[in-house]
Design a protein around this ligand. Sequence first.
Ligand SMILES: [Zn+2]
Length: 231
Amino acid sequence: MNNTLLAYALNAENKLVHIDSVKNGLECGCMCPGCIEPLVAKNDGKIREHHFAHVSGNDCGTGYQKMIHLLAKDIIEEMKIFPLFLNGKYLSACEIYKEVSLVKELGIIPDILGFTPITDGPNIVGKIPVIVEIYVTHKVDEEKAAIIKKQGIPAVEVDLSQVEFTTKEALVNEIYNSKNWKLINGNIGRQYLPRISIPISGLVNAYRSLGSHTTPRYSSHSKRGYYRRRK
Ligand SMILES: [Zn+2]
């Protein structure tokens, strides 16, 4: 990696902010995402790329990777979309919403824990949890993968370990490039489909109709016929 400059840092509210959105110098009030030490913003130069630097002058060496990791999480939460897999097969990009209720039960802290709603007309009849893990420096280890599989939560790891940061837009493209996805678990636990009893093909169709970048409001699509309620 050549460019390991900090283009983003944490502000006083612990939010990732871009170098050009803050005041110059110490006034930026930002911290290193890696070591949480204060940073100076170097954003008035015409020659060197604008970036944050440690006040102490000593780069901790972890800020850049941590920046990519946090930014990737922010991007996925903003985009609210991620692919879903079933029985190991890619189905569709689905809308995901942040899920907090499951975190305690899980026994692990996923990078992103969301859910995608399964709807029948205007009704949400099921919530399928989705885990997205961001790999910059640490892969999902076997122990974590085993817990995810046991829980029956579909999970994908996004490999950004080789990505050199240029812009947020370029990072979005890397995150949503399927070449960077590794399936951790493609099987959905039965407990997450409590109120629907549908054949696999019906579920596949339901997923397909659920999510796409161009039709974010899935409620406008009739999904009647995809579901049969359990009698
Ligand atoms: Zn640092």
